[in-house]
Design a binder for this molecule. Structure first.
Ligand SMILES: O=C(O)c1ccccc1NCC(=O)[C@H](O)[C@H](O)COP(=O)(O)O
Length: 238
């Protein structure tokens, strides 16, 4: 079902896509001897609604990691990789992914539209990532898609600082794409900033490095919940 991933995220009490990524952009080992199954079990224990698996080689991932994660969870899984060809969409579906990353910075407009359409036809949710107003403007309709604002820059392999204000600035135009599920991705560590993004109107957050580093996954989640209870809810359309 093409909507399993956004439905799980939008129906969650704590709408955080929790990521498995073997290495950070700077080469830091993020698994630290833990197996993918152990990490998935930790994420499931704190109620993750869906997962992201980085199969891109810059971050130490591969297709085997995705296959392994899919065998140990029933949660919808996003494949994060540099997807540029239709064959990669079929491979993602065959491995059991529910959603696939399409990076606007890497794909010409027509190719992005074609891949999004093909993904939907294969029962996959396009998870379209943008990082600038021009990329948002060039998007095909966001209907049926997750549109995610990347707070870092994939063109420098995500090595620079994250700019969470980018998510705040781009949210109104992301909404205009028609996506039912705007997401803020990358560089989110502070629970207060995370709560602020959800309060601003994001339907979900994608967090990898901080959760993988955290000895305190449960307390980060609890702090986020607590802050959300005391942070104003988004105004309709605001
Ligand atoms: O953004 C991309 O184009 C990309 C392509 C292939 C693999 C990874 C890619 N981006 C990296 C990420 O998606 C981050 O791991 C994710 O947003 C989580 O960020 P963080 O919480 O800072 O680890």
């Amino acid at each position: 079902m093409a909507s399993a991933f956004p439905d799980a995220l939008m129906g969650a009490d704590r709408p955080v896509i929790m990521e498995l990524k073997p290495r950070s952009a700077n080469g830091e080992d993020l698994f630290r001897g833990r197996s993918p199954a152990e990490i998935v079990a930790r994420y499931e224990a704190v109620g993750a609604p869906c997962l992201s698996v980085v199969t891109g080689r810059w971050f130490g991932g591969d297709a085997d990691l995705l296959a392994e994660v899919v065998t140990c969870t029933g949660l919808p899984v996003l494949q994060k990789d540099f997807i540029t060809k239709e064959g990669q969409l079929r491979a993602a579906r065959d491995l059991g992914a529910s959603a696939v990353l399409l990076t606007a910075a890497l794909l010409p407009r027509a190719a992005l539209a074609r891949l999004a359409e093909r993904a939907l036809a294969l029962g996959l949710t396009p998870f379209i990532e943008v990082a600038s107003p021009a990329e948002v403007e060039a998007l095909p309709s966001g209907e049926g898609c997750v549109v995610a604002v990347n707070n870092r820059d994939i063109r420098n392999r995500e090595r620079g600082d994250a700019d969470l204000d980018r998510s705040h600035r781009l949210l109104p135009s992301v909404r205009l794409t028609g996506t039912p599920c705007p997401v803020s991705a990358s560089g989110i560590d502070d629970a207060r900033a995370a709560a602020g993004l959800l309060s601003a109107g994001y339907a979900g957050l994608l967090v990898g490095t901080h959760l993988l580093r955290a000895g305190h996954l449960e307390s980060w989640c609890e702090e986020l919940d607590q802050l959300r209870r005391t942070t104003p809810a988004p105004r309709p359309g605001g």
